[in-house]
Design a protein around this ligand. Structure first.
Ligand code: FEO
Length: 397
């Protein structure tokens, strides 16, 4: 094991990389792969494994664990999060280390029983501590709904190391180095937006609560369950999370559309051109028929404007458009200016249906719904131009 896997004194990285899964959670494309991070803390008296990995990688984790333990016994297995990319290997690790005590909160304990039949969990409450020896104290911070009910963070107090679960995580397998200072993090920082937008966005309020709990706590390292360990860029990623949780955005517009025979594509291109002509520099045109939703959600998380459009399909919203609108409703999107357009052949009203799908969100939905019958006319294009100009006028350029 190379020394890049050890940091902050007694903390060792024992995570694994997955470069074969095509769709994370069966939903989200991961062309750069994904890491499942686990860590070992070696105290002078006791040892602890923080989280495990996906079940398929259990053997690899155990080999790394044995190398780090180097003959010492494993005393504790801390479970910060029960989702299976982090708990799947737990039964195997428990079989390999029957002497180890599993540590979690009350909700974790119930899930450990329900999923794996694991009982006898050492249950901790918020701010409880566990000593691994002098100057080696684990403290537990309950952070529910980030993004499951049982989620918590564990802090190695003396070293200022936060094992944060999925929070501050990102897609992208690790390529040799583990800590941000030892790598180029550009791709990971962008993938953090995509991870957040796809998986965490619904839980902005719990994220803000968790960040408040950490306010004033001295941190040197944030160790998420996915992606790099944050050290040099710690403050920036915390700020990114704070911004995302409040739906803060850069000036820019996403034009997300589905098309069947080209008219919606033409309308989307027209609107994008008009946005650019109005001075919007960040315009992202995304075809919902061929783009994994995570990339669209990522850009919607980044930019303050959004246009959604597409044809009527069997008198209803096109399925790809409907899926996006449902995801946005589910995420509780806020603070966006939104325009809608839609086409039909014999059954009008699709844009009203689209507007209804976003009902209740704290967004600025433009009153003008651009709806065209069959091939868009010059008047339809003029209406689309007005829509683009209205959006450009709403966002801070
Ligand atoms: Fe990475 Fe919520 O699991």
């Amino acid at each position: 094991m190379n020394n890049l896997n050890q940091f902050a004194g007694g903390v060792h990285y024992v995570g694994v990389n997955d470069r074969t899964t095509h769709l994370f959670e069966g939903l989200w494309l991961v062309p750069l792969g994904v890491s499942y991070n686990a860590y070992v803390v070696l105290g002078s008296e006791h040892t602890a494994l923080i989280d495990t990995v996906d079940a398929e990688h259990a053997t690899q984790l155990e080999l790394k664990l044995q190398a780090v333990l180097n003959g010492r016994k494993l005393d504790y297995i801390v479970v910060n999060h029960m989702e299976h990319d982090h708990s799947g290997a737990l039964p195997h690790i428990c079989r390999c280390h029957p002497e180890a005590t599993v540590v979690g909160n009350a909700k974790t304990a119930a899930m450990l029983d329900g999923y794996f039949g694991i009982k006898g969990v050492h249950t901790v409450a918020d701010t409880d501590t566990l000593s691994l020896g002098p100057d080696c104290t684990l403290q537990f911070h309950l952070t529910p709904m980030l993004h499951w009910p049982e989620t918590m963070m564990t802090r190695l107090v003396e070293q200022g190391v936060l094992f944060s679960g999925d929070a501050f995580g990102c897609f992208g397998a690790l390529n040799g180095a583990v800590v941000d200072r030892d790598m180029n993090t550009d791709a990971y920082r962008l993938e953090m937006y995509r991870y957040y937008a796809s998986i965490v966005a619904k839980y902005g309020v719990p994220v803000q609560t968790a960040l408040r709990k950490l306010d004033g706590v001295q941190l040197n390292y944030i160790c998420s369950t996915h992606g790099p360990v944050w050290h040099d860029q710690l403050a920036e990623v915390v700020q990114t999370y704070a911004d995302l949780a409040q739906w803060k955005a850069e000036p820019g517009v996403v034009v997300a559309y589905a098309s069947m025979h080209g008219n919606a594509t033409g309308m989307a291109e027209h609107i994008a051109g008009q946005l650019a002509a109005a001075g919007v520099r960040n315009v992202v045109l995304q075809d919902l028929n061929v783009t994994n939703l995570s990339y669209v959600l990522m850009n919607i998380a980044r930019y303050s404007g959004l246009v959604v459009g597409g044809p009527t399909y069997n008198t209803q919203i096109h399925p790809r458009v409907a899926a996006l609108l449902e995801a946005l409703k589910n995420s509780g999107m806020q603070r966006r200016v939104v325009g809608l357009f839609g086409g039909y052949t014999w059954s009008p009203g699709v844009t009203k249906k689209m507007a209804a799908a976003l009902d209740g969100l704290k967004i600025d939905l433009l009153d003008t719904l651009v709806e065209y019958k069959q091939t868009p006319t010059a008047a339809d294009l003029e209406a689309a131009t007005a829509l683009a100009q209205a959006i450009a006028g709403h966002i801070a350029l």
